[in-house]
Design a protein. Structure first.
Lengths: 114, 113
């Protein structure tokens, strides 16, 4: 069964550095999402992306965050200048057309900011 | 805005016992409802979804959930659990078929031998 794949599985970065989290959505999917889960808290929506533009974003998704689909397969989340509070598990998800399709999630990238 | 409340943060249960994980939601409009499961060090896997139609929804691994509009609930049930069901379970809602998911806090189900 097709899967959403995320790399790396664990990223350790110094505070203030830029980080790029990578995702390869399922190949025929057209809607892409990023969520995050801070340790011990609920999964939170960050941003959704369709037709090469952001369709919705949360309050968390400020100017430090950006998303891009640089080619036909990758979907990336960039954090420009990381803060300690950005430490979390970041999940990528995708879904296809057809109103009954659920979002499929990757295994996540654990981001640790030192 | 929609919200989801999972009433139990942890549910311990013995193997082969029945289990119910509770989920209530708040929304002024109709919603789509989902249950996801997260095994250790893995992503979120869809258990089942309610979009419309029959209020009793059957999912994978023997789980089912019932949508109750008057109670604004979508409780997850399994008649007989296995050790392998030990995981964290998340209830989620969305307003549209492609819209963002709003998750509950999660319920850790621990199945003891």
């Amino acid at each position: 069964e097709p899967e959403v794949t995320q790399t790396p599985s664990h990223q350790v970065t110094q505070m203030g550095q830029e980080v790029i989290l990578r995702c390869v959505p399922i190949s025929n999917h057209l809607y892409f999402y990023w969520y995050r889960q801070i340790l011990g808290q609920k999964v939170e929506f960050l941003v959704s992306f369709y037709n090469n533009e952001i369709s919705e974003k949360s309050e968390i998704f400020d100017d430090q965050f950006s998303v891009e689909r640089p080619d036909g397969s990758n979907f990336t989340l960039k954090i420009r200048s990381t803060k300690l509070e950005d430490s979390a598990m970041y999940f990528c998800a995708s879904t296809g057309t057809g109103g009954d399709q659920p979002q499929h999630f990757g295994d996540g990238t654990r981001l640790s900011i030192l | 805005a929609q919200s989801v409340t999972q009433l139990d943060s942890q549910v311990p249960v013995f193997e082969e016992a029945p289990v119910e994980l509770r989920c209530n939601y708040s929304s002024s409009v109709s919603v789509y409802l989902f249950w996801y499961v997260q095994y250790p060090n893995q992503g979120l896997q869809l258990l089942l979804k309610y979009l419309s139609g029959s209020t009793l929804v059957k999912g994978i691994n023997g789980f089912e959930a019932e949508f109750n509009k008057s109670q604004t609930s979508f409780h997850l049930r399994k008649p007989s659990v296995h050790i392998s069901d030990t995981a964290e379970y998340f209830c989620a809602v969305s307003l549209t078929s492609y819209g963002k998911l709003t998750f509950g806090q999660g319920t850790i189900l621990t199945v003891h031998p």
